[in-house]
Design a protein around this ligand. Structure first.
Ligand code: NDP
Length: 279
């Protein structure tokens, strides 16, 4: 079984650098898929209220709960403090646990809630204080949003989960994280497959005798980010887990970093304008 390194979060807890993502895993499939991931050896599962599969993740993880790093995220409709408290209670109930390892604000929604994500952030602080979240963080926060949390609360997130892959390096936000002790978690690390047939990726894969997905995921790991690729295909789940006996050299790392297309490389929404709140 491949050995997954831990990273240390502000606050002192540790997080496995490689996990398993559950976005777009249908509830009907989620128990079986997460069970397969656990059998392969994944011990870090990333879910969210928005994915509507927390109950199934909870069912699959329950027998191994003490060994698994579990993350969930606050849905966009629940930013007001009382809603956040109720939604967090519900997350714990569905996940069949009395504590999550990490709980995130899923999106900043700066054009909603009168631009107030700060009271939401303070509310997450309550869950650390009462022991029901070991660590808290944010997702899709831009530098300005992080600066505002720091200025108005003095409490920085342990992680920022953001879109990062070779076509969208998101370097400004990553750099802010590096400078302030915020671990970057890279979502859609293989750009949902879009980077896998890039000629530069294929060339490096051929040179190191690994698959394109392994090369791209290894690039993330060597940059120090946390990744949790999603797959519903057991052979790919295994492939994505086997990253720790290969090393990319500096030229290979730079060739992948050079694929950055700036903002046009995003595959997901722009956090400054994303305003989806379920009705
Ligand atoms: P990924 O970049 O992980 O790509 C998933 C897609 O790639 C699936 O279609 C999968 O197909 C395919 N795939 C996976 N492994 C391989 C492989 N080895 N070879 C070829 N194809 C492969 O995309 P996600 O968007 O799922 O991102 C990962 C996780 O990040 C999510 O599951 C979620 O946990 C998190 N996330 C967070 C967001 C946020 O706003 N905070 C937004 C988006 C994602 P198949 O399943 O058919 O095998």
């Amino acid at each position: 079984m491949s050995h997954v390194p831990d990273l240390t979060l502000a606050g002192g807890s540790t997080i496995p650098q490689l996990g398993f993502g559950t976005y777009q895993i249908e509830p009907a499939d989620a128990v079986q898929t997460v069970t397969t991931a656990l059998e392969i050896g994944y011990r870090h599962i990333d879910t969210a209220q928005m994915y509507e599969n927390e109950a199934e993740v909870g069912e699959a993880v329950e027998h191994l709960r003490s060994e698994v790093f579990l993350t969930s995220k606050l849905n966009n409709g629940f930013h007001r403090p009382d809603d956040a408290r109720r939604a967090f209670d519900e997350t714990l109930r569905k996940l069949r646990t009395d504590r999550v390892d990490l709980f995130l604000i899923h999106w900043p929604l700066p054009t909603e809630y009168d631009g107030d994500y700060v009271s939401t952030w303070r509310t997450l602080g309550e869950f650390v204080a009462d022991g029901r979240a070991t660590a808290i963080g944010v997702s899709n926060f831009q530098v300005a949003h992080l600066q505002r949390l720091a200025e108005e609360t003095g409490l920085l997130p342990a992680v920022n989960q953001i879109e990062v892959h070779p076509y969208f390096g998101n370097e400004e936000v990553r750099a802010y994280g590096r400078e302030h002790g915020i671990v970057t978690e890279a979502w859609s690390p293989i750009a949902q497959g879009a980077v896998l047939d890039d000629p530069a990726v294929l060339q490096i894969a051929s040179d190191v005798e690994r698959t394109p997905a392994q090369v791209v995921l290894r690039w993330h790991v060597q940059r120090g980010d946390v990744v949790f690729p999603k797959s519903s295909t057991p052979s790919r789940m295994q492939e994505n887990f086997d990253l720790f006996d290969v090393e990319l050299d500096d030229a290979q790392m730079q060739a992948l970093t050079a694929l950055d297309r700036g903002p046009s490389g995003r595959i997901g929404p722009d956090p400054d304008t994303f305003d989806y709140v379920p009705g």
